[in-house]
Ligand binder design. Sequence first.
Ligand SMILES: Cc1cc2nc3c(=O)[nH]c(=O)nc-3n(C[C@H](O)[C@H](O)[C@H](O)COP(=O)(O)OP(=O)(O)OC[C@H]3O[C@@H](n4cnc5c(N)ncnc54)[C@H](O)[C@@H]3O)c2cc1C
Length: 415
Amino acid sequence: MKRYSVFAIAKEALNYHMGWEKAWASPAPKKEYDAIIVGAGGHGLATAYYLGKNHGITNVAIIEKGWLGGGNTGRNTTIIRSNYLQDSSAAIYEKARSLYETMSQDLNYNVMFSPRGLLMLAQTHHEIRGYQRTAHANALQGVATEWIGPAKVKELVPIINIDGPRYPVLGALYQARGGTARHDAVAWGYARACSAMGMDIIQQCEVKGVKTEGGVVKGVETSKGYIGCKKLGIVVAGHSGQLADMAGFRLPVEAVALQALVSEPIKPCMDVVVMANTVHGYMSQSDKGEMVIGGGTDGFNNFTQRGSFHHIEETLRALIETFPIISRLKMLRQWGGIVDMTGDRSPIISKTPVGNCFINCGWGTGGFKAIPGSGWAMADLVAKGEPGPLAADFNMWRFKEGQFIDESVAAGVAH
Ligand SMILES: Cc1cc2nc3c(=O)[nH]c(=O)nc-3n(C[C@H](O)[C@H](O)[C@H](O)COP(=O)(O)OP(=O)(O)OC[C@H]3O[C@@H](n4cnc5c(N)ncnc54)[C@H](O)[C@@H]3O)c2cc1C
C-alpha cells in the first residue's frame, strides 16, 4: 500500500489526485480463516491490527453488518483520558492513551490526536473527595493527573462560570495529556492497516449464528453464507448479548442508548475538554468550531441510534449554569449509539464457555479512549488463548465471584 506523506501528496497534486488507491479492499469472504473478528468498530479493527502486528496472524476476517466505524466508534464524543481509579483500569486505559500519542505515525494515518487537556469538574464536596482520591491513586499508578483549584479551572476555561448558585466549581481533576482524536480516522486508519496486511474486511455482512462442535467454535453463519474459523473474537458493543446468545452463553451486559449533540460552529473559545459529572454533561470544541456536547444514557434498555428531544433539553439545562454561553447557541445535530453496560462499569475481555471463542465488550459509555489498549489486550488473548496482564482482571466470571472492578465514579457518568 502506498505510504501517505508530503511527497505522495505533492506527486498526486501533479497527477490531479487520480493515483490514490482505495484505503481498504472489499473482498468476498474466503471459506475459512485462522481468526474471525465480528464487529468492525474501533475495538474489532484494533484487535485485528494487533493480531497481525504483534502476533503475525494475518489470515483474519473482520465481519461487519453495516459499514466499518458506523457503530459507537463513529458516534462518540471522542474523549480520551486514563484517570480511572482501579489499578487494572488505569493500566489498560493508560496503555491506550499512550498508544494514541503515536497512532498517526504507527498507522501512517492522521487520527488528529489532540492532547489538549481534560478537566473533570468537582461541583460538590463529595466530588472533591472522590477526585482527590483518584489523583492519589493515579500518582501511584504512574498516570499523570493533578487536583487543581477553581482559580486554575477558570484560567484554563475562561468561558466557565465558577460561581454558579446551585453548583459552583470547587476544583477539578486535571489530566494535561487527555484530549480527543478524530473517531472516524481511528477506524479508517486501523482498517487501512489491516487491509494492507492482507486481512479481509467484509462489510454489509451480518453474523446470524455461531457454529460450535463439541463446545468449540467452528465458524459463523452470515448473510453472505457460512464462514469457517479456528478462532472467533466477538467485538460488537451493544449487540454483545445477541452474539453471546448465538454462541450459547449469557453475558452480564445490558444495552442502552447514549446520546450526544453538536451546536452550530463558533469561534474558538474552549481548548480543553470539560466534564461536569454532577450535573451530567460534558463539552469540547471540535476543529470545525462546533461545541460537542454529551449527556447520559437513556434510562431503559433499547437499540435506537437516534436522538430524542427531551435529551437536548435535559443536557443543556444541566450545563447552562456552568456554561452560560450555550444558552445562545443553536443545536445542529444529535444522534445516539447503543452502548454495552456492565454492573461495575468496567469492560469484559475474556475467554467464554465456548472453546476458542473470545469476547471483548462492556466498554459502555467510555470505550473510544480504550480502543488501542483494548485491541492490544484482545489480540493477545485471541492469539495465545489466555489473557495477558492487561486483560486478566476483566474476565466475564468476575460478576459471579464478586471481583468487581468498580469504576462507577470514573465511568458510570463520565465518558
Ligand atoms: C453518544 C456517545 C458518546 C460517547 N462518548 C465517548 C467518549 O467521549 N469517549 C469514549 O472513550 N467513549 C465514548 N463513547 C463510547 C464509545 O463510543 C464505545 O465504547 C466504543 O466506540 C465501542 O467501540 P466498539 O468497537 O466496541 O463498538 P462499535 O463501534 O459499536 O462496533 C461494533 C460493531 O459491531 C457491529 N455488529 C453488531 N452486531 C453484528 C453482527 N451480528 N454481525 C456483524 N457485525 C455486527 C456493529 O454494526 C458495529 O459496527 C460514546 C458512545 C456514544 C454512543
